[in-house]
Ligand binder design. Structure first.
Ligand code: FMN
Length: 363
């Protein structure tokens, strides 16, 4: 199936797709089913591999390749900057073995939790190994979240990969362009997951005016009106996360999907307590427990490692009170769970309607 409502931008030609709609590479939630559905619908399907195990990276890429010839991409996270793995081999291994803080005890079951270990060097190396696998498997489109280090840009471009950096500020957009990325995702404060401080409405036109590479808008885009607004502001495509969480193809926990559809007021909040970096998530008891303990939050990835023993099982159980549920403010505009291909087509149809209304107003 391809997009039933055509809407091409120059970015579509660069990516080889029919519609400028990209599903966000949401770690864990954006698996092969979602990428396949979005790519088949004419958009760009993305796999989220910021935190997944290495064997899953390869398995998911192969699943998409087996299901469709259409373009797709992989989203990776490079939160630890540009220290090349070689140099860090000489650094001491950073290990923090600690028990979960006592103020989280009320969320822990009677069986208790093991202390966890954090290894910065390992996290850095695994991020690069995910890139190696993507390149080996012939992936042609890469998004880099939480930073696009020089070594990653160089390596990906040498392999003929189209490199897109996700940024939350004009400064980061200019910097990424200067270092050679092919396109930029300007992600506003409304977005689910790690996010910056500037709203999408303000950030997107400013980034469009500040760089020459194509700009993709992200953050709070949950319907075609918002998509049309972004294209009018100069974006050449939209990256949509939260709206695609509420699709049967996304690997979102059922309780999370339902929380998105039920969200009336904005129940999301920015917190560093899950990963060490500010991220927009559904507010819950875990976040509330960190109030007054903000100075105890460790830098990424140590904070992730610290809370993993509690958060990972809670996530598997769909516990809305204790796990990390990245979700954007746009959830208030998600009315029901519907197939990803329908989401793509509805976004395009609504955007087209919005353009027609705008044209009528301008007459
Ligand atoms: C559940 C979830 C997980 C995410 N994981 C990642 C990730 O691993 N890598 C990444 O670059 N962005 C990630 N993001 C951010 C998205 O790429 C995207 O910028 C964001 O979802 C757009 O805002 P929206 O949710 O309002 O549509 C995540 C977002 C969500 C909601």
């Amino acid at each position: 199936m391809v997009a039933t409502v055509a809407m091409r931008t120059k970015l579509c030609d660069l990516l080889g797709v029919d519609a400028p709609v990209i599903n966000a590479p949401m770690s864990e939630e954006a698996g092969p089913e979602l990428a396949i559905a979005v790519s088949r619908a004419g958009g760009l399907g993305m796999l989220g591999h910021g935190v997944t195990d290495l064997d899953q990276v390869r398995e998911h890429i192969r699943a998409v390749k087996a299901a469709t010839d259409r373009p797709f991409g992989v989203g990776l996270l490079f939160p630890l900057g540009d220290a090349p793995p070689k140099a860090t081999r000489e650094e001491p291994v950073e290990v923090a073995a600690r028990p979960i803080p006592a103020f989280l005890d009320h969320l822990v079951g009677p069986e208790g939790l093991p202390a966890t270990v954090s290894n910065r060097r390992q996290a850095l190396e695994v991020a690069d190994q995910r890139l190696d696998i993507a390149i080996e498997e012939g992936v042609k489109i890469l998004t880099c979240g939480l930073g696009a280090p020089d070594r990653v840009i160089r390596r990906a471009k040498a392999a003929g990969v189209f490199v897109i950096a996700l940024v939350g500020s004009v400064r980061a957009a200019r910097d990424a362009e200067a270092r050679g990325v092919d396109a930029i995702i300007a992600q506003g404060h409304e977005a689910g997951g790690h996010t910056g401080r500037t709203s999408t409405l303000v950030l997107v036109p400013k980034v469009v005016a500040s760089v020459t590479v194509p700009v993709i808008a992200a953050g709070g885009i949950a319907d075609g009106r918002a998509m049309a607004a972004m294209l009018l502001l100069g974006a050449q495509g939209v990256l949509v996360g939260t709206r695609f969480l509420a699709t049967p193809e996304a690997r979102t926990a059922p309780s999370h999907k339902q929380a998105i559809v039920d969200m009336r007021d904005d129940d999301t909040i920015i917190s560093r307590c899950f990963t060490g970096k500010p991220a927009r998530v559904i507010r819950n008891a875990f976040i509330d427990a960190w109030r007054g303990h903000e100075s105890e939050i460790l830098p990424m990835p140590a904070q992730m490692d610290l809370v993993r023993a509690l958060v990972e099982p809670a996530k598997k159980q769909g516990r809305l009170d204790a796990a990390n549920w990245p979700t954007g403010q746009g959830a208030v505009n998600v009315k029901r769970i519907m197939p990803a291909a329908e989401v793509v087509n509805e976004l395009l149809a609504e955007a087209r309607e919005a353009f027609a209304r705008g044209a009528a107003m301008a007459r």
